[in-house]
Design a protein around this ligand. Structure first.
Ligand SMILES: [Zn+2]
Length: 216
């Protein structure tokens, strides 16, 4: 089974992909992870990627296609794939069909995590973690029981990710709407688009995805 997880940044694609990997032995092909791994492996392709990234340029569609081709080639036929963060554009969606076909695979489902943008911004912008143990908190939804003290380890140090600010989050969402949302109708027309409420609790989202993959 081969699926795409679609949704704006922060919609929970990574969390759901992790669960599918753990529960079903599927393989997650995330563009960012694949780029880093290939670069570190020092293959010919990895060296090309390194040169592009070191120059501060964007990795081309052609390189991303090669990367996916390589990674699909390393899998066993029985291993299902989750694409996370790819395809991002209509051109990439078209390339993906060809790549899958070349490896004797086809796309089974495109799971779209639907979100309320304002609520998602609130969820992302308010989050922070304990600097010592990594426990997660949120300004609005999950404050420590004692203000300023980590529930888990008692530390008073907390940190926020620099890109969890409203401007950055809104920019990334606008980019998703402009470039990625247009590919949704392509999959809808093929009858493989499955929208899921991405604002529900993580476990409910997982259950909804499981029901789709199990054909229920
Ligand atoms: Zn802590």
């Amino acid at each position: 089974m081969n699926i795409i997880l679609l949704g704006p940044p922060g919609a929970g694609k990574g969390t759901q992909a992790e669960k599918l990997v753990a529960d079903r032995g599927m393989v997650q092909l995330s563009t960012g992870d694949m780029l880093r791994a290939e670069k570190n492996a020092g293959t010919d392709l990895g060296n090309r990627i390194k040169a592009v990234m070191d120059a501060g340029e964007l990795v081309s569609d052609e390189i991303v296609s090669s990367l996916i081709d390589e990674n699909l080639g390393r899998l066993q036929a029985s291993q299902g794939v989750i694409f996370d963060g790819y395809p991002r554009t209509a051109a990439q969606a078209e390339s993906l069909d060809g790549l899958l076909a070349a490896h004797g695979r086809k796309l089974d489902y495109v799971i779209e995590l639907e979100v309320d943008e304002d609520a998602l911004v609130e969820r992302i912008v308010g989050r922070y973690t304990c600097a010592k143990c990594g426990a997660g908190y949120h300004d609005k939804f999950k404050q420590p029981k004692v203000a300023g003290t980590c529930d888990v380890c008692g530390s008073h140090d907390f940190k926020r990710r620099a890109d969890d600010n409203e401007e950055t989050v809104r920019t990334r969402m606008a980019e998703y709407r402009a470039k990625t949302e247009p590919i949704i109708p392509i999959y809808d027309a093929r009858g493989i688009l499955c929208p899921v409420d991405g604002m529900a609790d993580i476990d409910l989202v997982s259950a909804a995805i499981a029901a789709i993959l199990d054909g229920k």
